[in-house]
Design a protein around this ligand. Structure first.
Ligand code: GAP
Length: 473
């Protein structure tokens, strides 16, 4: 089965077993918006709880907040989002479909990488143990050719992004003969910038209403509360502020299930440090966060770092932690060294002094910030994709049949313990209920007495329940 089919199966499994439903499905859904079902909400809560504990409880110098989604509109002028939170969009004239120009090129570059990978895998099989991958990569003419092509396009792409050169982005698409993935047409419009923020109005009289934005990142709620938190919690630098909450982006391309949503949840932590120490802390948080991912995913080969080709307007270093989804390696978390950009801009626009007074050196300064920013829904998808496996198991007649098992870490599983009385009589269900009563404060338990014991085990396998107790006397 190819990866796209596998992804489709995962999506239908997620719906069938109460993890994720399309939003407003009875009205044919709403693009890139999803609802979490009974098992989904448990898994999502558990991921958030695990992240929260890792960031706040395990770090004495990190505290949490929960800021409002609505913020003063000047926040987004100061942060640069009003002017610069844009994606380059391009339309296909034949299909009428809209794409992100940068993503079309990134997907093309990924295909070149996949080509190299396929050549290497074929050769590895052919040569067996004697295979010297490094030598092969350096000397094989086909690989050299693809790599040269890729490097050339990559260089042009990075420069076009850095210069915000939209004509050049279009030219790369034309030169590489990139076609609309849906229709195959190469009839493209110009590339235009598109601001991703959703606007709404605040105030009861519409004419007098002010335009405000649904926050596109949770981070600004932390920045504007920097002084409040530092003073009320008596924090000394270095220290961090963590927050989990909804964010909203009017994504142009939203065809990848919960990977790219218009309403999603972020779990962010801003770590405030002395200027000049930010790269040290950047490395520290890269390492810490990668370990966290490894503890959840288990398989380190499915995780990697990917440094940004183009730094955001606020960053002097940035890397992503990527997970190998069925649609390829993609970002799950960003780690950014954001300099003093945000605090300095808020100081400038608000007219308030936003500085830290160091009681040891008696110096005042605007702290630098290292941010860790993970998408909760993307992490959810990574966990689901990592957990999804097909196995063969004997049915009641002893014949082998396919079954889906979600191998989710027990600490995150939506249901931790299922209690299954062997039969629905002789007082067994009542005893099963008593077992649940003893466990339910500490664990999410489920009672199931319907169908054969084998079917009940399959049902629990399909939602990732790590422990089942069968009561039979
Ligand atoms: N405060 C920095 C920031 O927002 P970002 O790289 O734009 O950085 C951070 O977003 C994380 O939020 C991403 O790594 C991703 O997991 C998640 N994210 C961003 N856009 C998303 C979307 N449209 N749908 C789901 N998750 C998204």
């Amino acid at each position: 089965m190819n990866q796209q089919d596998r992804f489709k199966q995962l999506i239908s499994h997620a719906k069938e077993y109460g993890f994720i439903y399309p939003s407003s499905e009875i009205y044919d859904g709403l693009g890139a918006v999803y609802d979490y079902g009974p098992n989904g909400v448990e898994l999502k809560n558990n991921i958030r709880k695990y992240w929260w504990a890792a960031m706040t409880r395990l770090h004495e110098n990190i505290v949490g907040i929960d800021a409002a989604i609505f913020m003063h509109p000047d926040v987004w002028k100061a942060s640069g989002h009003v002017d610069a939170f844009n994606d380059p969009l391009i339309d296909n004239k034949d299909s009428g479909k809209r794409y992100r120009a940068d993503q079309l090129i990134e997907d093309y570059l990924q295909k070149l990488d996949d080509k190299i990978y396929r050549e290497v895998s074929k050769a590895a099989k052919r040569f067996g143990e004697k295979f010297d991958e490094k030598l092969f990569r350096e000397t094989n003419p086909r690989i050299q050719q693809v790599r040269e092509k890729k490097d050339g396009i990559h260089q042009r792409f990075v420069k076009a992004l850095q210069d915000s050169n939209l004509n050049e982005l279009r030219q790369i698409i034309i030169d590489c003969e990139i076609a609309d993935p849906v229709s195959g047409s190469r009839n493209w419009t110009e590339v235009r910038q598109f601001n991703l923020m959703f606007e709404t109005k605040v105030g009861s009289v519409r004419e007098d209403a002010n335009t405000i934005y649904l926050r596109p990142e949770t981070a600004q709620g932390i920045f504007v509360n920097f002084l409040n938190v530092q003073k009320t919690s008596r924090m000394k630098i270095p220290f961090g502020i963590a927050q989990a909450g909804k964010a909203f982006r009017n994504e142009i391309v939203a065809r990848q299930f919960i990977f790219r949503m218009r309403e999603f949840e972020q779990m962010e932590m801003q770590f405030f440090v002395e200027p000049g120490k930010e790269m040290e802390w950047f490395e520290y948080w890269k390492d810490k966060r990668m370990r966290w991912h490894q503890s959840v995913i288990g398989n380190i080969e499915k995780l990697r770092f990917h440094d940004h080709d183009k730094l955001a307007h606020y960053a002097n270093a940035a890397t992503d932690i990527e997970f190998k989804f069925p649609i390829g390696f993609k970002e799950v978390e960003g780690i950014h060294s954001r300099t003093d950009y945000d605090l300095a801009r808020h100081q400038e626009l608000s007219g308030r002094r936003i500085q830290y007074f160091d009681p040891d050196t008696k110096d005042s300064y605007i702290p630098y910030v290292v941010e860790t920013s993970i998408g909760l829904d993307r992490m959810f998808l990574a966990i689901l994709a990592n957990a999804y496996s097909e196995e063969k198991a004997p049915n009641a007649e002893g014949e082998l049949e396919d079954r889906i098992v979600l191998k989710i870490h027990p600490a995150l599983a939506p249901v931790q313990i299922a209690v299954l009385p062997l039969v629905k009589k002789d007082g067994l269900p009542e005893i099963a209920r008593k077992i649940i009563d003893n466990l339910k404060i500490d664990f999410n338990c489920r009672h199931d007495e319907k169908d054969s014991i084998g079917r009940r085990y399959r049902r629990q396998d399909a939602i990732g329940t790590p422990y089942c107790i069968t009561y039979y006397y």
